[in-house]
Structure formats: C-alpha cells, structure tokens
Ligand binder design. Structure first.
Ligand SMILES: Cc1cc2nc3c(=O)[nH]c(=O)nc-3n(C[C@H](O)[C@H](O)[C@H](O)COP(=O)(O)O)c2cc1C
Length: 377
C-alpha cells in the first residue's frame, strides 16, 4: 500500500496545487465516509492492530491520532477510523464562519518532507460544525474512537473578547465531541499566540469551565466526569513560557497539553526550491519540526513530573519518531504531514512498530514507555 501511494498516488497528487490536492482528497474521503461498504473495505486494508490506551476517562483503541487542521469541516468523520486512527481531532473551528487567508496558502517543501501553511482557520463556524456532527451521529456512522475538536479564535473577534469567542464555540460543540483542544498556538491568526500568556489563557479556561458547569454534559464512558479540555502550544515558546502553561495546567486541572503546533522558525537550507517555500509566511510542519517538538514534550513532562498528560505531535513519520515522543513523555501522538507524504498506510505501520518496540523492551502497556527518556536534557 505504501508502495502504491509513494509511486502512483502521491506523484499524481503532487502535480496539483497543494490545497486543490487536499480538497480532492477530502472529497474522496467524504465519499468513502458516506458509503458503508466502501468504508468497510478501506477499514479492512488500513485498520491498525489494537494498542489500547486509557487516558482522561477515554479509551483509545491505539495511540495514533489525526492532528487538527486536516478535517476542518468534519467531512470525513467515519473515514479516520477506517484509516486506522485511534482518535481524531477535528477543526480548528471558530465561533464565526470565516474563509481564512487568501490563496495560495499551503506549500510543500518536498525534499524536506515539510509543509508551510497560512490557512488562517478557514472553517464553517461552530454552529455549522455542530450540525454536521449531529448528522454523522444520526447516520449511525459515528466512529468507535474518541473524537476531539480544536477550537480557535475568530479573526473578527478582538483579543480582549477571545474568552467569549472560545466559550461560545465550546457551548454549542460540547455535546458533540469527547474532548476539546484550546488552540492558542496557530501562527496564522494575528496576535493569537499572545493568548498563550498565562492571564489570557486563564480567562479563556475560566469562561469555558463556566460553560461546562452550567451545561449538564458528561463523558459517556465515565459517569460524572467533565469532558477533557487540553491546550495546544507552539514550538516557538521559550521554556519559561512553557513552564507558565504547565503550571496553569496543573492549577486548573487541565486534562492535558498538545505539543506542538507548527513553527514560525525555518531551518537552514541551500536548496533554492526549499528556500522559496520557507520564505512563505506561515507555520512549518513535518520532518524539520520533529526534534523541537520532542524537546518541548520532554521539558513539559519533566516540569509537570508526568502529572499532565501530553499529546505529542510534530514530524512523526515512522514508529521510531512516535517512540521518541512517547519516551520523552507523550501518552498519545498525532500526525498530519506524514499522512500527506507517506499516505494512509502510515498509521498501521506506526502502531505495528510501536507494538514491536514494546515487545523488545518488555512492556505490556504503552503507558510503561511514557517518559522513559525524559531525564537529562
Ligand atoms: C495545513 C495545516 C493546517 C493546520 N491547521 C491546524 C488547526 O486548525 N489547528 C491546530 O491546532 N493545528 C493545525 N495544524 C497543525 C497540526 O495539527 C500539527 O500540530 C502540525 O502540523 C505538526 O504536526 P505534523 O508535523 O505531523 O504535521 C495544521 C497543520 C497544517 C499542515
């Protein structure tokens, strides 16, 4: 399957503009999602072996999740399970529907297996997304894995009204997902990352927790528990700023931290084509992000003494990359860019590789591997 993707499907997709290729892929996956027989056939090819993880009251069939930004319209909710993912994070969604930045806004740096994007939260708005999710549930095609929603701030909303904006989205989406990620780390909404500042973040979390206590909404599997809220951080934060967020996570009882989003930094390169892509404004993802994201995870794990679960994301292409993140302190991992470069078979390959690695190390559960290499950085 990886051969088919690498030799035939990817070359065809890569002759097209990156966003057009993304839209066409999403249309195909939406079609797969609506057709039970096709969806089952896809699942029979791509489903990953079981490697269950229990975290914040949810059961994940395996630890490899779809990262935010791929399915902003909830177009292919059932397909992500068929492709082997152990969970999916939909969105980013904002309170107001918005078109995002002008195109072109998505660029491939092929030789580096990287992407630069400045999509700017193109999305249908929280209410439309909620209606779409209700439709999937009613169709009885809801996946058998945890579904999360990534929340962003509407571009039209000034920073000082950010808490209200996040809380509004949260209120309408609360019944429709298993967990929520507060995204204050996208580089593509002006000033958004200032919300990583402790006071601003605290205001957003307070507003969301108020919504939560007003709404009688419980995690389906664990009676009486509120739905988990996580915060997603940028890889460009200093360790001091990260420590503030870690402190807040502990103080406010956050379910976890997603580390990391894309970076605004660029590695050195002599390749002219790559230099042109890197000169584009936006966030860089993929291979060049791997080690910085791992460093952030390791730092967070140490700082919180492993008491705040971490979802590790950034440059994971193979099982060794996933293992590196887990050993640094991640309890779950997510991928985006490797799906583009390596195709859907990547999920199954990573889960298989993790199982092999666990056997080699003599671990019975993945949780035993979490943070085993978190010391001495
Ligand atoms: C085109 C694109 C759009 C993205 N949109 C979002 C988003 O809406 N919200 C978010 O938190 N992260 C978003 N991300 C970041 C990814 O979720 C992920 O954190 C990042 O790409 C690093 O993982 P990767 O190296 O596996 O791609 C986006 C990434 C890409 C490439």
């Amino acid at each position: 399957m990886s051969w088919l993707y690498g030799r035939i499907i990817r070359p065809i997709l890569f002759t097209q503009d990156a966003e057009l290729a993304h839209e066409r892929t999403m249309r195909s996956l939406a079609w797969v999602s609506r057709n039970e027989i096709v969806c089952d056939a896809v699942e029979s090819i791509f489903s990953a072996p079981g490697l269950p993880v229990e975290l914040f009251g949810l059961r994940f069939p395996n630890p490899v999740g779809l990262a935010a930004g791929m399915d902003k319209y909830a177009a292919a909710v059932p397909a992500w399970e068929a492709l082997g993912f152990g969970f999916s994070e939909l969105g980013g969604v904002t309170w107001h529907a918005q078109p995002g930045n002008p195109q072109p806004r998505l660029f491939r740096a092929v030789a580096e297996e990287a992407i630069v994007n400045r999509m700017g939260f193109n999305n249908p708005g929280a209410e439309t997304l909620a209606a779409k999710l209700a439709e999937w549930r009613a169709s009885a095609r809801w996946p058998n894995h945890p579904v999360g929603i990534n929340l962003g701030k509407s571009k039209a909303t000034p920073l000082e009204k950010a808490a209200e904006d996040y809380a509004n989205s949260f209120r309408v989406l609360l019944p429709h997902a298993d967990f929520f990620v507060v995204n204050v780390s996208s580089p593509n909404t002006p000033h958004l990352r200032q919300l990583q500042d402790r006071a601003a973040l605290e205001e957003i979390l307070t507003a969301m927790q108020e919504v939560q206590s007003r709404t009688e909404c419980r995690v389906s599997s664990v009676e009486g528990r509120k739905k988990p809220i996580l915060v997603k951080v940028a890889p460009d934060l200093s360790f001091e700023a990260l420590d503030e967020i870690a402190g807040l996570a502990l103080a406010r009882g956050l379910a976890g931290i997603v580390a990391t989003n894309t970076t605004i930094s660029r590695p050195e390169t002599n390749d002219a084509q790559i230099q042109r892509v890197y000169a584009e404004a936006g966030g860089l993802s993929g291979r060049p992000l791997r080690s910085r994201s791992t460093e952030m995870i390791r730092h967070l794990y140490q700082q919180t003494k492993g008491n705040v679960p971490i979802i590790g994301v950034g440059g994971i292409f193979v099982a060794d990359d996933a293992w590196e993140k887990i050993a640094a302190g991640a309890s779950l991992i997510q991928i985006y860019t490797s799906l583009v470069y390596r195709g859907p078979g990547v999920v199954k390959e990573i889960v298989r590789g993790l199982l092999e690695r666990m056997e080699l190390e003599g671990f019975k559960e993945l949780s035993q591997a979490v943070g085993t290499r978190a010391k001495g950085h």
